[in-house]
Ligand binder design. Structure first.
Ligand SMILES: Cc1cc2nc3c(=O)[nH]c(=O)nc-3n(C[C@H](O)[C@H](O)[C@H](O)COP(=O)(O)O)c2cc1C
Length: 252
């Protein structure tokens, strides 16, 4: 196995960090790695906001569902889908063009929203992997979408920019077990889609239940299926469609 594969297979989210500061050089590498990800049509449709202000962090902690690592992680990056910059570029470019007399940018396209979201996610994963390769760890924060309007106001996000997820990063002060993923035959299909194999699912469920049991000293022993079931019974962030439309996304 090569070192890259070893790094990938060793991933587990880190939610407890030492006080060790992350140097500017390390932050530069993380951002450079994020920017090195592939990007749809070279659009680079995302922005990364490094939230270093303690007062902002403490507000974000609450807005993200009171997740204490949002406040206390040495680094907290918010990855935003960003179409605002592309609109600005098209508007500026229109002024220079002989062929196009007006901006080619069209607001509200669902496809543009998908592009921005994918770009932000690819950049985020490169950032996390870069951090892990330098001995750090981290956890994504989907809780940033619990209160997206308040977060957007706090971070001065203009229309056509939205917070996709946060990313807490720092040096690990815990060593959690790696969480086993679904068996390959459940996610990897050849030539045509195949529905879930129930026997394979059942044995995976048993292994995940044992994982939770070990990780929580017997307090939780949910199967994977049960955790999925509970997730869909809980908070669904149904406000997202209205929020996104209010910011100029997904209108057609
Ligand atoms: C987009 C995204 C959002 C997430 N949001 C949160 C979050 O708000 N809080 C949290 O503790 N973990 C969050 N996670 C971490 C997942 O729970 C975690 O990746 C998953 O359980 C698998 O565990 P592992 O990363 O340790 O392998 C998020 C992960 C992703 C990819």
């Amino acid at each position: 196995m090569n070192p890259t594969l070893e790094l990938l297979y060793a991933h587990r989210s880190i939610r407890k960090f030492t006080n060790q500061r992350v140097s500017d050089e390390t932050v530069n590498h993380i951002i450079k790695a994020a920017q090195s990800a592939s990007t749809s049509s070279f659009l680079q449709a995302y922005s990364i906001i490094d939230v270093s202000d303690p007062a902002l962090r403490s507000k974000l902690r609450v807005l993200c569902g009171d997740q204490e690592y949002v406040e206390n992680a040495p680094l907290f990056l918010v990855f935003c889908g960003d179409l605002h910059r592309l609109k600005t570029v098209c508007d500026l470019e229109a002024d220079k063009h002989v062929t196009y007399t007006q901006s080619t940018y069209e607001s509200g396209l669902t496809e543009s929203f998908i592009i921005a979201t994918i770009d932000a996610a690819l950049a985020g994963q490169n950032a996390l992997l870069a951090a892990e390769s330098m001995g750090m760890g981290g956890v994504y924060i989907g809780g940033i979408r619990n209160n997206p309007k308040e977060v957007s106001d706090l971070l001065y996000l203009p229309d056509e920019v939205y917070p996709v997820f946060g990313l807490c990063l720092g040096y690990p002060d815990q060593d959690p077990l790696v969480k086993e993923r679904l068996p390959q035959e459940i996610v990897y299909h050849t030539n045509r889609y195949a529905s879930v194999d129930e026997a394979s699912l059942e044995s995976y469920d048993k292994r995940i239940s044992a994982y939770y049991h070990t990780r929580t000293d017997g307090k939780i022993d949910d199967t994977w299926s049960k955790s999925v079931f509970k997730k869909f019974a809980g908070e669904k962030r149904e406000h997202m469609m209205t929020f996104l439309q209010s910011k100029g996304f997904i209108k057609r």
